[in-house]
Design a protein around this ligand. Structure first.
Ligand code: KIV
Length: 257
């Protein structure tokens, strides 16, 4: 039987890889049917907890949400973000990655960064921990969320980082807010899939924060397309419920014991 990883790798140059975030069981259950990869992103820090940055997300928070997501994910590859300050050196990274995998039963972990964390990614992979890379805008460490790859030096470094991450053995790389032609060049150059977010159609796959695309999280950024307005639907359901409670139409006999 083909492993979940080889299924993802085999999609390179064949068909697009669909990836979405989930923070809990119910959403995970819905998206699992349609995704190749379900990511428990540390974006939950801003999306659910209103933190100013993902830097405040803790290991315990990631683990609890991931345990819930695990219940809903049956077929997709499940990846969990290692939060900020949980991979400052190789031994810390190894200890925490092992904990994440043991407690959440996820398939892989994702770490943000290039050159600065080569040695950490190497240590994880040497210890058989599957790793997804993340280059471009790195929300755990960047202050500026501006597109990456406009300057020549930045382009060279990003391409080098992508090649090195591939050599180290990551199974795919998220490219966040990477300029389109550079995303194309990276995608052509490396043999593992690139998953874009704000990195154009030139990547092998696409990831979005589910809450953004369904309109549950009301943010407006260029790279998000809103495919539904769930907030509106929830609102009208709640109004109907409120009216039924107030007018004593609910609960009826059939809802009572
Ligand atoms: O935290 C997250 O949700 C992510 C994706 C946006 C790639 O890293």
């Amino acid at each position: 039987m083909k492993s979940k990883f080889s299924k993802i790798l085999n999609k390179k140059n064949r068909s697009k890889i669909v990836c979405l975030t989930a923070y809990s069981k119910n959403i995970a259950q819905i998206i699992d049917k349609h995704c190749d990869i379900v990511l428990v992103g540390d974006s939950l820090g801003s999306v659910l907890y209103n933190y100013k940055s993902t830097r405040s997300v803790t290991l315990d928070t990631m683990i609890e949400h991931s345990k819930s997501v695990r219940i809903g994910v049956k077929k997709s590859l499940m990846v969990v973000d290692m939060p900020h300050n949980t991979y400052r050196n190789s031994s810390e990274a190894l200890k925490n990655a092992k904990t994440i995998i043991l407690k959440t039963k996820c398939d892989a972990v994702k770490l943000e960064g290039g050159k600065k964390i080569y040695h950490i990614i190497k240590a994880l992979i040497k210890n058989k921990i599957p790793v997804m890379g993340h280059l471009g805008v790195l929300p755990q460490s960047t202050k500026s969320f501006k597109v990456k790859g406009k300057k020549i030096n930045e382009r060279k470094n990003l391409l080098k980082d992508a090649k090195t991450l591939e050599d180290l053995g990551v199974f795919s790389i998220v490219l966040e807010c990477v300029e389109s032609s550079l995303a194309k060049e990276i995608t052509k150059t490396i043999n593992i899939p690139t998953i874009g977010i704000g990195a154009s159609v030139n990547c092998d796959g696409q990831v979005l924060v589910t809450d953004d695309l369904i309109g549950l999280n009301q943010i407006k950024v260029r790279f998000v397309k809103r495919f539904a307005n769930i907030t509106k639907q929830i609102n009208s359901a709640i109004i109907k419920y409120k009216n039924d409670v107030k007018s004593k139409k609910f609960p009826k006999k059939i809802h009572s014991y």
